[in-house]
Design a protein around this ligand. Structure first.
Ligand code: FRU
Length: 477
């Protein structure tokens, strides 16, 4: 059936369910040429309700095809977040010596949470729940959920990381059915503004050096994140198959995204070694207002998929950098180009043209100004617009959505989201993705990222470059 996706605020290049409520991405996996995206889904309405796993698949993570619901609530409870792995060597015995997909998820029954599994014999289309579920019963721990599983080659073990209160717990297994507790992490590390959810654990080479790998433990927090409400933090460290050790100061918090709409992020499992990328995406919303955003008949979208890379900065810090996946380039159409232009006042970038949905890449140098940036999805007539700005006096990069359009549906929505960046830059690069109801900002080489929802009027389509107190040169745009 042809689906128009022309409703007000409907994302044009971000995954959204055709209708009804969605939250976390689940079970991200690449198998037999297809990327699978499962997600927390309530097919009975447009707010959070008894959780199912919705399903979509894609050849390129850009164009998605909707699939039937994968998992439905049962007598053990609702189906909360989790992951999917390819069981290549039939360690589970579900595949008669072949290979197949196994889902590991949380059953939530009146607040009591346990871990269960299901398998698919037809490449993810239909699923059978394991008859001896749960595989990890509740251990008298409130908030015991969101298992992410991966194969650890060195110890020939499946490793599960899951959220338990305000820490993570690690379990090991040889067959995905019997799990042994290994260790826990986080009681005294990182941010503790709220419950920990949706962890992930994977290794990455430092500056591309395959012989120097570090482990990333990413954990989201339900409230008290950098921009308020829910958000994503990560740790860099060592993992020996049993224990994760943080190599940074315990109190230091590293944020994956400084905007307000990046949550429950998960990375794809089983991307082939020849490809070598670690790709993640997140739910583009915030629990402070997710149930109130003004969209219908669906609620929520995912971020664009992003490749993560671990880089050691000049001062020795190890930091994740994020890059939009190259597959997105296929969506590019006509270009507007500006080169070597000195700007000392407001400039309308689009002239007579108007745009609602676009990608913007700009390098700016000779930074002798107090502040500059872009006004996106602007309407001079309605005094509407979202500011992506860089303040050289405070060294702050920000998205200001005070006047971005509809901000009335929740008191928590309005505002300005800020990342502090290093002093003394003389050349900066902005890479911005603007969709009907979102902005994703990648600064420099993805060193700092901000993701924010916006709900502008349809006809807010001007794009301006603004500057305060001086001049800069747009090297290219
Ligand atoms: C995160 C979360 C998870 C849970 C799911 C329930 O957004 O709260 O911890 O599994 O959503 O829908």
């Amino acid at each position: 059936a042809r689906i128009d996706y022309r409703e007000k605020y409907r994302p044009q290049f971000h995954f959204s369910p055709r209708k009804h409520w969605m939250n976390d991405p689940n079970g991200l996996v690449f198998y037999k040429g297809e990327y699978h995206l499962f997600y927390q889904y309530y097919p009975g309405g447009n707010t959070w309700g008894p959780m199912h796993w919705g399903h979509a698949k894609s050849n390129d993570m850009v164009k998605w095809q909707h699939c039937p619901i994968a998992l439905e609530p049962d007598e053990l409870g609702m189906i909360f977040s989790g992951s999917v792995v390819v069981d290549w060597h039939d360690t589970s015995g579900f595949f008669n010596g072949g290979d197949g997909l196994v889902a590991i998820f949380t059953h939530s029954n009146e607040g009591v949470q346990s871990q269960s599994i299901a398998y698919s014999l037809d490449e993810g289309q239909t699923w059978t729940k394991y008859e001896n579920n749960p595989v990890i019963p509740n251990e008298h721990i409130k908030d015991f959920r969101d298992p992410k599983v991966f194969w650890h080659d060195d110890t020939q073990n499946w490793i599960m990381v899951l959220a338990a209160g305000q820490k993570v717990m690690l379990y090991g297994s040889t067959n995905l059915k019997n799990w042994t507790f290994l260790s826990e992490f986080g009681e005294s590390d990182g941010a503790h503004g709220g419950v920990w959810e949706c962890p992930d654990l994977f290794s990455l080479p430092v500056n591309g050096d395959l012989l120097n790998q570090k482990w990333i433990l990413q954990v989201d927090i339900g409230s008290g994140a950098v921009a308020g409400g829910s958000g994503a933090q990560y740790f860099v460290g060592e993992f020996d198959g049993t224990t994760f050790k943080n190599v940074n100061e315990a109190e230091k918090t590293l944020w994956l995204d400084f905007g307000k709409d990046f949550y429950a992020t998960q990375s794809f499992s089983d991307i082939p070694i020849e490809d070598g990328r670690r790709i993640l995406l997140a739910w583009m919303s915030n629990w402070e207002y997710a149930n109130e955003v003004p969209t219908s008949p669906w609620r929520s979208a995912m971020t664009i998929p992003r490749e993560v890379e671990l880089r050691q900065t000049a001062n020795g810090d190890l930091k994740l950098h994020q890059h939009p996946i190259h597959e997105l380039k296929q969506l590019r159409q006509e270009k507007i180009k500006i080169n070597n232009r000195v700007v000392n006042g407001e400039m309308n970038v689009l002239k007579d043209q108007k745009e609602e949905v676009f990608e913007l890449i700009a390098e700016v140098e000779n930074l002798s100004a107090e502040e500059f940036g872009f006004e996106l999805r602007k309407s001079s007539k309605n005094k509407q617009g979202t500011i992506v700005g860089y303040n050289l006096l405070t060294n702050e990069l920000f998205i200001d959505r005070e006047k971005s359009g509809d901000v009335s549906f929740s008191k928590q929505f309005k505002g300005k989201h800020v990342a502090t960046i290093e002093k003394g830059l003389n050349k900066v690069k902005f890479h911005i993705f603007v969709d009907k109801s979102s902005i994703e900002l990648f600064f420099q080489e993805g060193e700092v990222v901000l993701t924010d929802l916006i709900f502008p009027d349809d006809d807010s389509q001007e794009l301006a470059f603004y500057i305060k107190g001086g001049e800069v040169t747009i090297l290219n745009l």
